[in-house]
Ligand binder design. Structure first.
Ligand code: NDP
Ligand code: MG
Length: 394
């Protein structure tokens, strides 16, 4: 049998990182952990190193690296500890790596994810913000390097599974009329509108179906997550924003659908557990066991669908407008949202002000062509400045 594939897990201490390691540990003959990265949860990263014995670990800065290196040495591990963006890029692009799980949250994941793409790796993309920010440049880099890009976001993984097989070879999907992107509607789908201004971070992070990191949980509650996913779908599947329709489906059993011109609609179903898309992408085009329980349709009994309510969820409209404006608009939308979500989680911003802040940033700074990574990063910085100013002035 061939050697085990070497896997780098960017964002190993997070929700997706831990689910990835759970799947990997079920198949030690197929996968070996090459590198693990963490940012603030150092005790967790250390425990993961002891469990998975990676060749490299990457942390935020030099002091953290020195501390972790000393701890690991004491346990007799040969793991080498690197730090900073340079360390992240090194383990993402290393010649001995076969596949990279890109699961750092937010814009911080852009540089290492692009490094993996440019090195032509198999890239398992959870970090949707990286693609939203730099879509055209990101997809050009995939083409140039021959990287294999596989979506981890459950909806995009579902769409990928429902598209014709030859889509994977980089062809335009043939015969597709629409992509139907499902959304649970989050914890506030039915809350009276006048209560939304008072919701707490704990309420926003209590997703009814999925257990996720705090940032994406807030994004799901505001449905900005679905907006990012709309932009993500356009890049991944060569679609226009008008070809992607958001369908609220509260049970999160259908993970998305593809509507073909002959009237066929293909869907992918499964329990809401990220180990399914992770196992699918890790093994693609084969299939492996993921640890997810079989779907029990009799227990689910019914599936419901609704149109999204853009009055309740203005972030969805803002994301669609940014998708249509294109250029640097999605990067600014993402950056403004990252500032807004952090402020909301710190208790400095009301939930309903997330949309107001994003709208202010997008209206203040016109979109430009996203002609280079420098232009995209400058738009990200500018949007963060405008968002912080709005926050301190209001
Ligand atoms: P978590 O918050 O649980 O994990 C985030 C990971 O990123 C952690 O390992 C964290 O390290 C690391 N990290 C945070 N900031 C930085 C930084 N500045 N530099 C380097 N590393 C950093 O998030 P999730 O796992 O939920 O989400 C990860 C990505 O996957 C997001 O882009 C999200 O949108 C996407 N995704 C997640 C889904 C889910 O079910 N969770 C579903 C679909 C997509 P530490 O914890 O040590 O600070
Ligand atoms: Mg998703």
């Amino acid at each position: 049998m061939s050697r085990a594939q070497q896997i780098t897990v960017l964002g190993a201490t997070g929700s997706i990182g831990l689910s990835t390691l759970d799947v990997i540990a079920r198949h030690p003959e197929r996968y070996q952990v090459f590198a693990l990265t963490g940012h603030s949860r150092m005790a967790e990263l250390q425990a993961l190193c002891v469990r998975h014995c990676p060749r490299f670990a990457v942390v935020a800065d030099e002091a953290a690296a020195v501390a972790l290196q000393a701890e690991l040495k004491e346990t007799g591990l040969a793991t080498e500890v690197l730090f900073g963006v340079q360390g992240l890029c090194e383990v993402a692009a290393h010649a001995d790596v076969d596949a990279v799980m890109a699961a750092i949250v937010g814009a911080a994941g852009l540089a290492p994810t692009l490094a993996a793409v440019e090195a032509g790796k198999k890239v398992l993309l959870a970090n949707k913000e990286a693609l939203v920010m730099s879509g055209a440049l990101f997809m050009q880099a995939v083409k140039r390097s021959g990287a294999v890009l596989l979506p981890i976001d459950s909806e995009h993984n579902a769409i990928f599974q429902c598209l014709p097989g030859d889509y994977a070879r980089g062809l335009q999907p043939v015969g597709v009329r629409r992509i139907l992107l499902t959304a649970s509607g989050g914890p506030f789908r039915e809350m009276p509108l006048e209560q939304l201004a008072q919701v707490t971070p704990a309420q926003a992070c209590a997703h009814p179906n999925w257990s996720m990191g705090r940032k994406i949980s807030v994004d799901s509650a505001s449905m900005l997550n679905k907006g990012l996913e709309l932009i993500e779908a356009c890049w991944l599947f060569n679609a226009t924003p008008a070809q992607v329709e958001v369908v609220v489906h509260p049970q999160s059993v259908i993970h998305s659908l593809v509507d073909y011109i002959d009237g066929s609609v293909l869907a992918q179903l499964g329990n809401p557990d990220m180990r399914t898309p992770i196992a699918h992408a890790l093994a693609w085009p084969q299939r492996i066991e993921s640890g997810v329980a079989p779907l029990d349709l009799f227990a689910i009994a019914r599936l419901d669908f609704q149109a999204p309510d853009e009055q309740r969820f203005p972030c969805l409209r803002l994301a669609r407008e940014a998708a249509q404006a294109s250029g640097t608009a999605p990067a600014m939308l993402n950056a403004a949202n990252e500032v807004a979500v952090a402020a909301f989680l710190e208790g400095r911003l009301r939930f309903t002000e997330i949309a107001s802040m994003i709208e202010h940033v997008l209206q203040t700074e016109p979109a430009q062509a996203a002609s280079s990574l420098e232009v995209v990063l400058a738009a990200d910085t500018r949007a963060r400045q405008l968002a912080e100013q709005w926050l301190s002035r209001r």
